[in-house]
Design a protein around this ligand. Structure first.
Ligand SMILES: [Zn+2]
Ligand SMILES: [Zn+2]
Length: 434
């Protein structure tokens, strides 16, 4: 079900900027000296910039050239950055399929990465740990700038800081756009979530102001009414609609993406609901939660029967109900997730779904990949390394506007700076332009 290999000899070409971003940490309290240190650290060596490995507008890791798929025959496994998407093709990768309480090497929480043949990337949910799996794909981070959050549970948005800060460090030089629903009150909505997240990372962001592009450090919250039933995003032929779902509190939603005849529906967390049945009609890939059965939850967590039934069957969707939904919808391909893919749980879940649904099905684990074309839907697993290197950044990232060195003048107080151990002398920084 799952394969992991270590790729040996993957050499990342890490730019000067990327190397120097981890914190300047060298400021003297004397303003003149600290400015010059930052200027020197920011200096770009002239005439030594490597050429960006940009293919069809997308940055690929150095040494990779994506190839076209010939005659619809795909390699058995998916190696990231080696395949070119067709003009009408959609690739979806499950970055996380698990639960909020145990985030492991094998299973992160909810995250779905959608790539289109026009080069655009969309994240649906950003659950805890999803950044780790996203990084293994070594994407062009400047493209990973749109997140659609189904609701504000940590297993669906707990990876916010990792993409906000990590994506910015890795190559995003434009703002991160974060789409999500309102709540019953403003404090329970997406706008408040984003504002509070950004506020809580003030210390982190403050120290990166001179090192990273100004615009990449911004997050724009796009909050829409959770009762909305229709389009919330429309650009470059991509249309994304939202619809309400029924889950614990007012606020949760699902999404449908349409582009060039391709469609992806993501139901978020929910009790079976009429809006999902309406919006998922006729879609290619239909993702809905497929939670534990009451018996499995009782067995796994020791929950008393009433609690197990309430959790699995009133605020979530258990496997038999998932099967009923898909039997009524008949999608091109049904995808269930949101349970632990341990062998015993997996086979029980599969058997329970098959009692009520016999169509095309994946019960997803992390790094499952679906390629969707007019002719076929191919299901594979991604082969990735745990020792992942950054993709690298572009010339546009390296030269995007940063805050001037003068903002860093007082970052470290003179008395703290005076505590530097005399037993170490750092190498001198080259002068700007050298
Ligand atoms: Zn959930
Ligand atoms: Zn939830």
């Amino acid at each position: 079900m799952k394969r992991r290999v270590k790729l040996i000899g993957v050499v990342a070409l890490v730019s000067f900027t990327a190397l120097s971003i981890f914190s300047w940490g060298q400021y003297s309290g004397e303003s003149g000296k600290s400015i010059s240190i930052v200027e020197e650290a920011q200096a770009q060596p002239k005439g030594k910039m490597p050429k960006d490995n940009v293919i069809d507008g997308e940055l690929f890791p150095e040494g990779y050239t994506p190839m076209e798929i010939k005659n619809g025959v795909y390699p058995r496994d998916y190696y990231p950055n080696t395949e070119k998407l067709g003009p009408n093709e959609m690739r979806v990768i499950a970055l996380g399929t698990g639960m909020p309480n145990v985030i492991t090497g094998n299973q992160k929480a909810s995250g779905w990465y959608v790539e289109l043949g026009n080069g655009e990337k969309f994240m649906f949910d950003l659950g805890s740990g999803t950044m780790e799996n996203l990084a293994k794909l070594r994407p062009d981070w400047s493209k990973v700038d749109k997140v659609f959050a189904s609701h504000l549970h940590s297993d669906h948005v707990g990876g916010f800081a990792e993409l906000y800060i990590g994506g910015w460090m890795n190559g995003r030089y434009t703002p991160l756009h974060f789409y999500g629903p309102s709540g019953a009150e403003p404090r329970l909505g997406t706008k408040a979530f984003v504002e509070n997240q950004v506020k809580s990372w003030a210390w982190d962001v403050e120290g990166r102001r001179t090192g990273f592009p100004i615009e990449g450090g911004k997050v724009i919250a796009h909050e829409f009414d959770f009762r909305n039933e229709g389009v919330i995003y429309e650009k470059n032929g991509v249309k994304i609609s939202s619809f309400p779902t029924i889950h614990i509190l007012d606020g949760p939603v699902g999404f449908r993406l349409d582009w060039k005849g391709r469609s992806f529906v993501f139901g978020g967390d929910s009790y079976p609901n009429k809006w999902f049945m309406k919006f998922a009609k006729g879609a290619d890939l239909v993702v809905h939660e497929c939670f534990f059965s009451p018996e499995t939850l009782g067995k796994l967590l020791g929950a008393p029967p009433a609690q197990a039934i309430y959790i699995t069957s009133y605020i979530h969707t258990p496997p038999d109900a998932f099967g009923k939904i898909m039997s009524a919808l008949k999608p091109r391909h049904a995808i269930g997730y949101h349970f632990w893919t341990w062998h015993d749980v997996y086979s029980d879940t599969w058997d329970a779904v098959r009692q009520t649904y016999d169509g095309p099905l994946t019960l997803a684990d992390d790094m499952t990949v679906w390629n969707v074309t007019d002719e076929q839907i191919v299901v594979r697993e991604a082969i990735v390394t745990e020792d992942v290197a950054p993709t690298g950044t572009t010339h546009a990232y390296k030269t995007a506007e940063r805050e001037p060195p003068s903002v860093a003048v007082d970052w470290i107080s003179p008395d703290i700076n005076a505590g530097k151990w005399e037993g170490y002398t750092p190498p001198p920084l080259p002068k700007p332009g050298k």
